[in-house]
Structure formats: C-alpha cells, structure tokens
Design a protein around this ligand. Structure first.
Ligand SMILES: C[S@@+](CC[C@H](N)C(=O)[O-])C[C@H]1O[C@@H](n2cnc3c(N)ncnc32)[C@H](O)[C@@H]1O
Length: 223
C-alpha cells in the first residue's frame, strides 16, 4: 500500500528504531537493462515521473510520517541521487531531521553514461531532532561503502540495492530485536538484511509485483 496511508494507519508515533529507505528520485527511471528485443525490462517505478511541485508534496508527506514514527534521536538513511540530493536534504531538515553525513555507495563497476560514467549513489544519514540517542556502533565505519552493484541482467527491480549495502547500516544503527521501517520496499533488500540480522521489519510497497517479490523473498528466508 501507499506508505503515507500505511504509516498513518499502522504505525504509532515514536515507535520505530531505524528507517532505511530508497524513495523514487523523480528521474522517470525504469532501469537501463533491455530485453533481447531491445525493449526496457521494467516500467518506470511509481511516483518517479511527477511534476516538481507534486514530487515536493509527495516527499514532504512521507518525510513527515517518517519523522513522526521514528523514535527521537534515532537514525534515518535515505538513498538519493546527486541530482536530487540538495532538495531532499533540505526538505529533510525542514521536517526536523538533522543531517549528519552523506554516505557514498561505490558500486565498484561503471554504469551507463558517457561523460564520467555513473558509479556511485548517495545515502543521506540523519537523526530525528538534535539529541542523538544512539551513536554509530563502530568507529571503523567509513562514509564510502564499496559493494558491487547487481549486474543488469540479474536485477529483479530497476533500482535494486544489494542487501550487502544495507547490512552495515542496520548493524551500526540498531540492536537485535529492534524495529526497522522501509517506506519504499521495492524488491526487499532492507527486508532481507533486517530479518537476517534479527531485526523486526515494517515496510510498504504500492506496486503489487514488487510487493510479491518481497514477500516471496521473506518467506524463503524463513524456510
Ligand atoms: C527506488 S525504488 C526502491 C527499490 C529497492 N531499494 C530495491 O532495491 O528493490 C522505490 C519503490 O517505491 C515504490 N513506491 C513508489 N511510491 C510509493 C508509495 N507512495 N508508497 C509505497 N511504495 C511506493 C515503487 O513501486 C518502487 O518499488
């Protein structure tokens, strides 16, 4: 279901220990991989082709819910593209998050493009409010995380993140048994990393195809 409606209906104030999420970047993206007949393998993801005004409204709506449900002083990670980073980090501050760092996911292999081919994405790291109640649990974590991207022909979602990218964020920012939320669950890498590491999970996905991929993925983990 829609994450804004879902959060309103299902999540109490200040009840979530950690949020890790990968929202639409509003770049009209359906992935770069093609079928044998040169057709795109994926459709453009939901809410990724909005007018600037609608994207701002949509982002404020889910950010306000994210702020409401997160426990004070706890961490939120928001995956973001360099083009939308300035706006989204500003909007996060407007709802009350304190930005602490911008992590860089080094995908280790070049992607598409011809003027400096894409090899990174950002992850905005922030805290709810000004008083941090939890610190990163290691001093060895760098703000560059090098994890290979999933190669184009193996992806099951156009903007897929590997669970290995998410695992250190979960281990650094939550304890076993705590509750992690992902507002845009996609194919479920946050779900997999959370459950494998003994965390509880609540997540939302509007596209029934991706919802099913994630539930199948979780069910396989439980076997
Ligand atoms: C950037 S993708 C997340 C991809 C995910 N990180 C993965 O690795 O598979 C964003 C996802 O959010 C979903 N989505 C878009 N708008 C939504 C909304 N209002 N509520 C819940 N899910 C939404 C899209 O269908 C898409 O699967």
């Amino acid at each position: 279901m829609d994450c804004v409606q879902g959060a309103k209906r299902h999540i109490e104030d200040c009840s979530i220990d950690l949020i890790i999420t990968d929202p639409p970047y509003n770049l009209g993206f359906g992935g770069t991989s093609l079928t044998k007949t040169k057709k795109p393998r994926f459709n453009i993801i939901a809410n990724d082709n909005l007018s600037n005004r609608d994207y701002q409204r949509f982002t404020f709506q889910w950010l306000r819910q994210a702020y409401r449900v997160l426990k004070p002083g706890r961490h939120i990670y928001v995956c973001m593209d360099w083009r939308m980073y300035p706006l989204v980090s500003l909007w996060m501050q407007r709802v009350g998050f304190a930005i602490k760092n911008c992590l860089v996911w080094d995908k280790m292999h070049m992607g598409m493009g011809w003027q400096y081919r894409f090899q990174h994405e950002f992850i905005i790291f922030a805290v709810k409010g000004n008083k941090q109640t939890r610190r990163i649990s290691t001093r060895k974590a760098s703000d560059i995380i090098s994890v290979p991207r999933i190669s184009g022909n193996k992806t099951i979602h156009p903007t897929e993140k590997p669970p290995e990218l998410i695992t250190p964020l979960i281990l650094n920012s939550s304890d076993s048994g705590e509750l992690v939320a992902d507002f845009f669950i996609g194919s479920g890498p946050v779900a997999e990393a959370a459950i494998k590491n003994g965390r509880k999970l609540i997540g939302f996905e509007v596209d029934s195809k991706y919802y099913k991929l994630t539930t199948d993925r979780i069910n396989k983990l439980k076997l």
